[in-house]
Design a protein around this ligand. Structure first.
Ligand code: ZN
Length: 308
């Protein structure tokens, strides 16, 4: 625990009073949307969200209300209109040891629809700073910023954004946690029996010969419940991958690569890549099956990368 988190209630109240003097001060003023409300951004948003509401296309289209913040975002080049009050507030919190920040939630209110062609302006105000709070992450203050979005001077919506600026809690020693166990059931028992014998078994439909992975009770191609197995050669390539940095899960030590491996037989499976640093994993990297002894009760099929 930092000194800040263990300060007396009186000290905390005094500091909070100082912080509340920022309430009502601007966080950003006279902001302008970089682009007017426009159809391409609406279309990309709807595709990304899978939202096919007909109100968002056609000659009378409106923008999805939840895009409100999108029209105020600075993009990679950012905005230059952050106020000195906001910077001073952050400097005070940093100085007290609240050096970490996490976004907690946002709330929006919609007063009128936005339509292609609307040019958006916005002002943001530091709406509230909470008293000292202690959360699992640490001890600090919630800071709520309200952005008022206008078109032609008329309020179109408000966007409240809340962060926790906090002093991180001291990390406890990690308890020894075992890696999660796979769920073995009658539908995938054969797969795990194969792993025990160091064989990677792929299900094959005996009606139409389609291979399938992961194991399922029936064939997706022809619905037949009848199957046998073929043993994978173990050769494959990385079809796609992610590098896990955060959040940390017990028993895993980030960063590490999680790959979708395409086996030579054509099916894909998710596993870890071994033998190659996480930042050297690449799409199309050749890999070879091996079995990783995790602990006394668990062995897993993983793939050793070959950097060539
Ligand atoms: Zn089939």
């Amino acid at each position: 625990m930092t000194a800040y988190a263990t300060g007396t209630a009186e000290e905390a109240a005094r500091f909070h009073e100082l912080l509340t003097s920022f309430e009502g001060q601007p966080a950003a003023t006279a902001g302008r949307g970089k682009d007017a409300v426009n159809e391409p951004m609406i279309r990309h948003w709807c595709e990304a969200m899978g939202d096919a509401n007909p109100a968002y296309s056609g000659p009378d289209a409106i923008a999805p209300p939840t895009m409100l913040q999108a029209w105020t975002m600075g993009g990679l080049s950012g905005h230059t209109d952050r106020s000195s009050a906001y910077d001073e507030l952050f400097a005070l919190l940093d100085g007290a040891g609240c050096t970490s920040v996490v976004a907690t939630d946002c709330e929006q209110e919609y007063l009128r629809p936005l339509r292609p062609g609307d040019a958006v302006t916005f002002d943001a105000v530091i709406e509230s700073v909470s008293p000292r709070k202690t959360t699992k992450l640490g001890t600090g203050h919630f800071v709520t910023t309200r952005t008022d979005v206008r078109v032609d001077g008329e309020l179109a919506g408000t966007h409240r954004f809340r962060i926790l600026k906090y002093a991180p809690a001291a990390r406890r020693d990690k308890p020894t946690v075992r890696r999660p166990r796979p769920v073995v059931n009658r539908d995938n028992q054969g797969f795990w029996d194969g792993v025990r014998d160091h064989r990677l078994l792929i299900q094959r439909c005996t009606s139409c010969a389609t291979l399938r992975f992961p194991w399922l009770p029936g064939c997706n191609a022809c619905s037949s419940p009848d199957w046998d197995t073929v043993e994978a050669s173990g050769a494959g390539t990385v079809f796609s991958y992610v590098v896990m940095h955060h959040p940390p899960f017990p028993a895993f030590d980030p960063p590490y690569a999680v790959a979708l491996v395409e086996l030579a037989e054509g099916v894909r499976m998710i596993s870890n890549i071994t033998g190659v640093p996480y930042d050297k994993v690449r799409i199309s990297l050749p890999v070879q099956l091996e079995f990783l002894r995790v602990d006394d009760d668990l062995e897993l099929p993983v793939f050793r990368g070959n950097e060539g």
